[in-house]
Ligand binder design. Structure first.
Ligand code: CA
Length: 469
């Protein structure tokens, strides 16, 4: 019997050594797939400006539910695959609860944004879509709960409630604004005042709604609105062939375009956007996914398809990503044969908000830092006060660049990058001692090494992705 066990153990070791299948079986599972951005973001608005993708969003992952948010940052990409940001685009809003900034709207020779700050919508303005944005009227200062610069004006002394602005400019240049609870109105030419003649859009679903999306395609106006929330978030729609303020028609067939898909394990596909690739008939639907529990949402993108009459087909939700939408020459990443780290955070069982069918566990293996997926990450153990992650190339090679996408990059990081030929003697080659708020943190290198190691000295101890070239 003893012999049998040791033989069995030997065989298992042998199989583990030689079988790629056995190796694959050891790989930890990533239930979060290919999120668009290597961070937690919600309420994304995506657009193309001068051949560059701009993504304004709510920064999630700050661990206090709807009571908070991260700072406003602008993720940009040339190809829709590699995304980056640097600093904030709206300095006075840092530290406020900053949600759903909408798109940058070009008008009057400027750019306007319509974020919800501390629960109230504001117009902000900048000379460039990159910012810096400031409040469009009055002093550029926020004071709780709201200021005189709100977009909707207080009536009868009541707070000017309304969140989640969506702006649409029709072919005749008239601007419209849509917001929470199916409200809509014209926006005056100054882009900072709303016509007092507001309406409520009639829809087949009449429960609470937010996160409106509005666009025009082939002469049809589409109004998309959310129903439900958390893991039960959904999008439904109505259309008009008459005007951006209706009258709206209810779809004859299916009117819910996104809903939880238990087979694919995608929960609460809600507040996001629709964007069209300029010069094409390709439309994309970006949505937040609620499967991380609370405001730890990530954003995913799938294609939006229409039938011949212009009805929107229910979106086939996947977490695979849509790949590059514009060509961009990127060198191949170095192959990593082994990853190591100072510690690994214990697996996390996701706590559902309102759907007991959500069963997800997040693992934090260092392999997740080099799997090419923005939904998976390595995290160090919370008690690890000297954390590091190390990549082993298998043999000494020339390394020209390192790009580190840290977890919660909007809070800033400091780190030391080191290299080694033998794994014993280490030399510093990059990083910075001051805390910088950006992603990725890039080091141009000219070294020959087998090992590269990042020691995180400030900031959240985790890495979504690490590109080594
Ligand atoms: Ca990853």
């Amino acid at each position: 019997m003893k012999f049998y066990i040791s033989l069995h153990g030997f065989l298992v070791s042998l199989i583990t050594m030689i079988s790629p299948l056995a190796l694959q079986a050891q790989q930890p599972v990533n239930p979060f797939g290919h999120a668009l951005i290597p961070d937690m973001i919600a309420d994304a608005s995506i657009q193309v400006i001068d051949g560059v993708f701009y993504c304004y969003a709510t920064t999630d992952g700050y661990d206090n539910g709807l009571k908070t948010s991260g700072p406003p940052v602008l993720w940009k990409s040339k190809d829709f695959v590699h995304w980056s940001f640097s600093g904030t685009y709206f300095p006075s809003a840092v530290g406020q609860k900053y949600w759903a900034p909408s798109k940058a709207v070009a008008a009057n020779g400027k750019y306007y944004l319509y974020p919800t700050v501390n629960g109230f919508m504001y117009a902000a303005v900048a000379a460039s879509p990159d910012g810096p944005f400031r409040l469009a009227s009055g002093p550029d200062t926020f004071y709780a709960p709201f200021t005189a610069a709100t977009l909707l004006k207080s009536k009868n002394g009541k707070p000017p409630y309304g969140i989640d602005a969506e702006i649409f400019i029709d072919d005749d240049q008239q601007a419209y604004i849509y917001w929470q609870r199916r409200k809509a109105a014209k926006l005056h030419a100054d882009m900072t005042t709303v016509d007092t003649n507001e309406m409520t859009i009639s829809t087949p679903h009449t429960s609470y709604s937010e996160g409106p999306i509005f666009f025009k395609r082939k002469g049809i106006y589409y109004y998309l609105y959310t129903i439900g929330g958390a893991e039960k978030y959904q999008y439904a729609y109505v259309t008009s062939k008459v005007s951006p303020l209706g009258p709206f028609e209810f779809p004859k067939g299916n009117n819910v375009i996104s809903t939880t898909d238990y087979d694919r394990q995608i929960y609460g596909p809600g507040h996001g956007c629709v964007f069209n690739m300029p010069g094409t008939n390709d439309y994309y639907f970006a949505y937040l996914e609620f499967g991380r529990g609370s405001t730890n949402r990530q954003t995913y993108v799938n294609k939006l398809e229409f039938d011949e009459e212009g009805a929107i087909r229910a979106v086939k939700l996947t977490m695979d990503g849509v790949g590059a939408l514009l060509p961009e020459k990127t060198p191949a990443r170095k192959k990593i044969i082994h990853m190591n780290a100072s510690s690994i955070r214990p697996a996390l069982n996701i706590k559902p908000e309102g759907d007991s069918l959500l069963h997800r566990t997040e693992e934090f293996d260092p392999l997740f830092a080099v799997d090419g997926a923005n939904g998976s990450r390595w995290m160090a153990s919370p008690a690890d006060s000297a954390c590091w992650i190390m990549a082993d190339l298998g043999k000494t090679a020339k390394i020209t660049r390192s790009e580190l996408y840290f977890v919660r990059p909007t809070a800033g990081h400091a780190y030391v990058l080191e290299y080694s030929k033998d794994g014993q003697t280490w030399m510093a080659c990059g990083g910075h001692a001051d805390i910088k708020m950006q992603s990725p943190h890039t080091d141009e290198l000219n070294i020959h090494a087998r090992y590269l190691r990042a020691r995180i000295t400030q900031g959240v101890k985790g890495v979504w992705e690490w590109n080594i070239y």
